[in-house]
Every structure is written in C-alpha cells, then in structure tokens.
Write a protein that binds this ligand. Structure first.
Ligand code: SF4
Length: 267
C-alpha cells in the first residue's frame, strides 16, 4: 500500500454524479482492492496505473482526515458523494479509519451525504452516520447469487455480509439504499425482488449490465465482457427482474438512481 500526501479531499463533482445533483465528491483512497471485473473506475484518469493492474494496488491519502477537518465547512449543507473512484470501506479502511475520520469531520457541518460501498465495514461507523440529518448509505448488492458474485467480483465481500450490514445500519436508524448495480445475472428474479421489497430500503436502484460494445460503462473491462459472454444473461432477463421489483415498490434505473438524500423536514 502506498501512502501519499493529498492536496485536497473534496473535489467538485463531474459527469453523471454532477448530473445527479451532487456538488462534491470525496475519495479517501485511489485504487480499490475489491477489484471488481466490471469496474469503470479502473479506466478513469485519476488512476495512473494500467487497467490490467486494477484491484492489486491501493493508495491512501494519509492526510485525508486533517484535510477534511480543515475544509469540511466548505461542503456544509451541500450534496456530497463518497466515493466516486474507490470504495470508502475496502479492507485497508479497517486499520486506517480515513473514511471514519472524514465522517467525524463532516458531521460537524452536515452536508447531504451519500456513501456508496460494497464493504460491510460501513456498519462499524453507524454511530457517526446517525449523526447526519441528511444521509443515505447505498450498499451494492448486484445479484442474489453468491456464485455469480464470486465470478464477477471475487475479492469483494460475500453478499450476506452486505445484507447484514444493511440490517445493522437500518436498526441504528440510518437511511439505506440497495443498489443492484450493475445488475449481474440474477438466479431467482421474483424471489430476489421480494427480498429487496421486504427489506424496505429508502431507495432501490438497478442498472442494466450488458455488452455495450465498447461504450464506456460498467462492462468496459475485457474480463467483465468475457464473463458476461459465458452467461445467458441479457436485456430481457434484466427487464423481467426490474418489473418484478417494480410490481412491489418504486425502483430507479441507472443514473436516475444516484441522487442526494432529501433534506429532512426537521433538519
Ligand atoms: S468496489 Fe467499487 S470501486 Fe471497488 S472495484 Fe468494485 S466497483 Fe470498483
């Protein structure tokens, strides 16, 4: 692991995150050791290493907490997305606690915060997360099949641990979203839809995972395309799953699902 001194910790939002209504992004790390096969972040200019090395390196901004303490006032009340080019709750966070330290600094200034993660470690910080008046923790659960998860994101945490984290957060009174993004092959669409609906998350997001023919997206990586080609998953399967969820509750698709949390009436 490389440790660097960073010049900033809050950056102006760009691209679909900006279009979604966020003003700032916050990335405590560069790189991601979860190394999902379909990760578009591997191809972003912030990541200076070849995409073929994605998942095998991590750079930590060792002064992230000090920077957050100094600059958190700038994002007071503003919509912040954490994180856009990494996962804030990947394994190294357990010891470094950069994401936790940033949250402690932010809680004093109450931005409208979305945390996006595959890491069950996020539940560790429920005590800080519940101090925010306008916050949502989106946990990515892209399939109901552990076998599919192992195929497409072998180094990311097991699905049931993510469900456990969601439950812990919800029990602590933290608002949560379930992001079936990108929607990987689903084994039992109706049963998965029922499980999601029964959990009653604040937000459900799905995103079609298909071979986009080289257009930049979640399937950009060659490995993801090869894995997808080995399955019979296609747009019709995705639509069947989304319709099953929609029959039970509201569901957002693609970019439409990435929006800041509402301002609470008593905030
Ligand atoms: S957890 Fe997120 S940032 Fe990390 S590799 Fe997977 S998709 Fe990319």
């Amino acid at each position: 692991m490389e440790l660097i001194e960073s010049r900033s910790i809050f950056s102006p939002a760009t691209g679909f995150i900006r279009r979604g209504g966020f003003e700032w992004t916050c990335n405590p790390y560069v790189g991601c050791t979860f190394g999902c096969s379909y990760c578009y972040a591997a191809f972003l200019p912030q990541n200076r290493k070849p995409p073929s090395e994605w998942g095998r390196w991590i750079t930590s901004k060792k002064n992230a907490v000090e920077l957050a303490q100094k600059h958190a006032h700038k994002v007071a009340g503003a919509p912040v997305y954490m994180s856009s080019v990494t996962d804030p709750y990947q394994p190294v966070e357990r010891g470094l606690m950069l994401s936790r330290g940033i949250l402690e600094a932010l809680a004093l200034h109450q931005p409208r915060l979305v945390i996006q993660t595959r890491g069950p470690l996020v539940a560790r910080d429920a005590d800080v997360l519940k101090q925010f008046q306008s916050l949502r923790v989106n946990v990515s659960i892209p399939t109901d099949s552990e076998a599919v998860r192992v195929q497409f994101e072998p180094k990311a945490p097991p699905l049931e641990k993510r469900w456990d984290a969601l439950q812990q957060l919800k029990d602590a009174g933290v608002r949560v979203g379930v992001c079936v993004t990108p929607t990987l092959p689903v084994e039992r669409p109706e049963a998965f839809a029922r499980r999601i609906a029964a959990f009653e998350p604040d937000v459900v997001v799905c995103q079609d995972f298909h071979d986009a023919g080289g257009r930049f997206g979640a399937d950009t990586g060659a490995t993801a395309r090869e894995l997808l080609a080995e399955t019979d998953w296609g747009p019709d399967h995705y639509r069947r799953f989304v319709n099953a969820v929609r029959a039970l509750r509201e569901v957002f698709e693609g970019e439409a699902g990435f929006f800041p949390p509402a301002i609470e009436p008593d905030a």
